[in-house]
Design a protein around this ligand. Sequence first.
Ligand code: ME8
Length: 530
Amino acid sequence: MSASRRTFYITTPIYYVNDRPHIGHSYTTTVCDVAARFHRFLGLDVFFLTGTDEHGVKVEKSAAERGVSPQALADQNAAEFQRVLQMLDFTNDDFIRTTQPRHTLQVERFVQRLIASGDIYLGQYEGWYDEGQEEFVPDTRAKDQDYKSAVSGKPLVRMREDNYFFRLSAYQQRLEQLYDQQPEFVRPEARRNEMLGRLRDGLQDVPVTRTSFTWGIPIPGQDRHVLWVWLDALSNYVTALGLGLEPHETDLVPRDRARFWPADYHVIGKEILFFHAIFWPAMLMALDLPLPRCVYAHSFWISEGRKMSKSLGNFIDLPTIQGYIDSFSLDAFRWFLITQGPLGSTDTDFARAKFIEVYNSDLANTLGNSLSRVVNMIGKYFDGRAPEPGSHTIEGFDWPSITRTAVDHTIAAMARLELSEAMDAALGLVRQVDAFIDATRPFTMAKDESQREQLAAVLYQCAETLRIASMLLWCALPNKIEQAWRMLGQSVEPAAGNLRDLCTWGGLKPGTMLTRGDALFPRYAEQKSE
Ligand code: ME8
């Protein structure tokens, strides 16, 4: 592989260790996993990062409530997050924890640089503070919110502290220029508009240290002050690549990782957009580092029509997720998340009835059914061997062109992170195979020996189109598609990065042995409770 392959760097937020993994974390990570798998298969040089955010007052408090040290709580829950990554088959290239020395060392260096450049200075702050969000809230916003957190609804608290401040106000103009010149810096559009509103309100300097707790990275030489968790956490995106290391420190992070910066996508939930879309680029500007291409802020899953909350106890939590996986398969769970999920600017309901509907229509009745129909017919009429394509074409079905369009469409939509559009273009091929079978009726042709060549052409075209569709669908349904490849007699190695070649029409060699297998996605009927 050449060193000059195009890189693709995608990140999830790093998750707080005071919470248990739930649907929200699984969702963002699944989005990134699908994009990472697809782009690796396409041949890009991919780095996919996730991890845990382990400092701050929330972790300190949760640990105290449980009577354990913050580090012990962090160790326990980081291990739990890592277990879940395996359970969900994610292909992240690293897992960063903010208590790791490789991270804290680089963060200290960044802070020293920012103090030296005057971007961080000592001052005093008095104001409203949202403890859940670890965020100071300006007076006007605090009043508008009735002195309650906009996220948790809990009362804001009054804080007065000697603090170090980050000179965010100095970056107002450069941020305005960024938004102007790079309109895709924040997506989707509705979220970008929100941030433009924040810019119009004017930016104030941000306190970036605290003296009210100790669980954080101390300011070098100023042990009373610990670093605000957001400055610490955001840095993970570059510390994992070693951008704060000295040239000789190769043992902490492999040196060649620096090639992945700047990130292509920081995928996050909408509640943490300000930090990523305003604070983070300003910090990068202050450190003289290039800016990410896009901060993608998706909306929220809600549960059966209601916001998920601890008090309602209606989180789609791990046992619930495991239940879906057991009943429908991991791939079906991934499919639902990415095709129905809240990548756009509105929240989405996670409802069991909808899950079953999507499962049955997309996976059982379309993908699974089409594949078994075609493999069965080839089994029955051609002893399981892929027939000769011949020269017959059917009016309205120019398959080489139809498949080329779908492949281009999927690749383009994936590059924009429009996952449901991409998967729809891919599954659209399968729907067209069904329409083709209905139009040509190969089972009727099979009764007439004089139509043998035509039958061969029709079934070749069906199988070849399904083969191409399977390549595009692998990123979302890796386990089931690998099963489909065995049925189609294909041995494919996505790590080879040759997706485009594999999608070239004619890749299915006549004579290839196709084998019937178990239904990929058996139709699901909900058991009626008595
Ligand atoms: O905010 N629907 O961590 P966190 C969809 N440590 N996604 C959801 C969701 C929901 N209902 N709930 C949570 C933090 N998420 C910080 C981040 S980054 C430098 C530091 C997802 O554990 C979504 O991606 O609270 C959201 O941004 C993230 O979980 C918050 O995870």
